[in-house]
Design a protein around this ligand. Structure first.
Ligand code: ATP
Ligand code: MG
Length: 393
């Protein structure tokens, strides 16, 4: 029944000097996310999405509810400024019937009129519309300015007349792309997609890197990564890159020469080194990981310190560092990455899991183990960077 959605944004409105830029970015992200289902425009502190067909409402609502930078939105009826009063009442009555179905029977009419040329004051319009609804649906509603359950809103601006009653919460935050570009280490697990999403919500534009180890990781592992990155694209609108870097030769060298317990730490250090090189070459601002303190053996503070030492110039952002796993799972379910993440297929680290990994690694010991990889390791790292495959998602 609705063909329009009114979109509101808060935080970006605060950034006064950059306002136009923030708005254009958000609008662009909305456009790419809504895609062929509708068209979006901006007008006086609001944005609007016009749907191609009413059937896509549910899907567009779902997409908008995860676009960073949107504070709330409302499926709305849109009428031209020239619309006769009867048409306005007809829309109001449709909303009223919807409210009755939900048992919302205490009404308050709210009029916002930014178009000062439209005849009548906001208060006059409110009263007139309340009267029309109450006479048409006699005895069905009571009026209360404070304890209402059905807010019937009418907004009149230069673009048209909008009527709506429901406000759906957005995820807030900032439009993706306003706060730098990041390279997220995407493992295919539950955590790294959530870490990527959280960075998007603070304005980051995310690209991904993952490591593959054929024949231990196969086509389904690759498909899983592409599905994760493709799914996350919904929230930042514009397309990004998924870098797939080979790791197997490096892993085999580590397996052959180093203490088994240090394997995971060494694998991670090599991943970080490759990721940093690729991030610098692409002028990205930082690396993102899904690491959480004490979650598994590789994530004790000692091991994180040993792993972190491999990155020399870029910051490593770990949005989940103090998160509870159950909270992370709840976010993964909400953003829809969970069902993809739990598909059972190997990632490059599961291929050579040590029987008893070192829990509290010491950096000197790690560096001594790493020395055993010389001189071939520099060449292998260069090769991995050179042979990286880039998928546009
Ligand atoms: P996740 O659920 O994200 O896999 P995890 O709790 O399983 O996290 P680990 O497997 O120890 O933790 O990985 C920690 C982080 O290291 C991941 O969140 C990810 O950022 C990075 N990482 C691990 N393996 C890979 C990989 N094969 N490719 C890219 N990044 C990886
Ligand atoms: Mg993992």
């Amino acid at each position: 029944m609705f063909r329009n959605i009114l979109v509101r944004y808060d935080e970006i409105a605060l950034k006064k000097r950059n306002r136009g830029w923030f708005e254009d970015l958000l609008l662009n992200n909305i456009r790419s996310s809504v895609g062929e289902l509708g068209s979006a425009g901006k007008f006086r502190g609001r944005m609007g999405v016009e749907l191609k067909s009413e059937e896509s409402l549910k899907e567009v609502v779902n997409r908008l509810s995860f676009i960073p930078g949107i504070s709330s939105f409302s499926p709305a009826f849109k009428l031209p400024l020239s619309a006769p009063w009867d048409d306005i009442v007809e829309c109001a009555l449709k909303l009223a019937h919807e409210a009755l179905v939900d048992g919302r029977t205490v009404i308050k009419v709210i009029c916002t009129r930014s178009n000062k040329r439209y005849p009548g004051t906001s208060i006059e319009i409110q009263q007139k519309l309340a009267e029309s609804v109450l006479t048409n649906l006699e005895g069905k509603f009571t009026v209360s300015m404070k304890k209402y359950t059905f807010a019937l809103e009418i907004e009149i601006d230069t673009n048209g007349i909008f009527l709506f009653s429901r406000k759906i919460a957005g995820i807030k935050g900032l439009p993706s792309g306003c706060a730098g570009e990041y390279l997220s280490l995407l493992s295919g697990g539950i955590d790294s997609p959530v870490a990527s999403f959280m960075t998007m919500r603070r304005g980051g534009r995310i690209h991904y890197i993952s490591f593959y180890s054929p024949p231990y990781t196969g086509e389904e592992s690759m498909k899983k990564l592409e599905d994760l990155a493709g799914h996350l694209k919904k929230y930042q609108g514009v397309s990004t890159k998924l870098f797939i870097a080979p790791l197997i030769d490096i892993q085999l060298l580590i397996k052959a020469r180093c203490h088994e317990g240090y394997r995971t730490i060494l694998f991670r250090r090599m991943m970080f080194k490759i990721a940093e090189k690729i991030a610098i070459a692409n002028k990205f601002d930082a690396l993102i990981t899904g690491e959480a303190l004490s979650q598994v053996a590789s994530q004790t503070i000692e091991n994180l310190t040993c792993i972190n030492d491999a990155v020399k110039t870029l910051p490593v952002i770990r949005p989940l560092i103090t998160s509870e796993k159950s909270d992370t799972i709840a976010i993964a379910e909400k953003i829809g990455t969970f069902p993809i993440s739990i598909r059972n297929c190997p990632d490059s680290c599961t291929a050579f899991l040590p029987k008893s990994p070192i829990i509290r690694g010491k950096l000197e010991k790690v560096l001594a183990e790493e020395k055993k990889l010389e001189p071939e390791i520099s060449y292998l790292l260069e090769e991995s960077v050179k042979n990286v495959r880039v998928v546009n998602v």
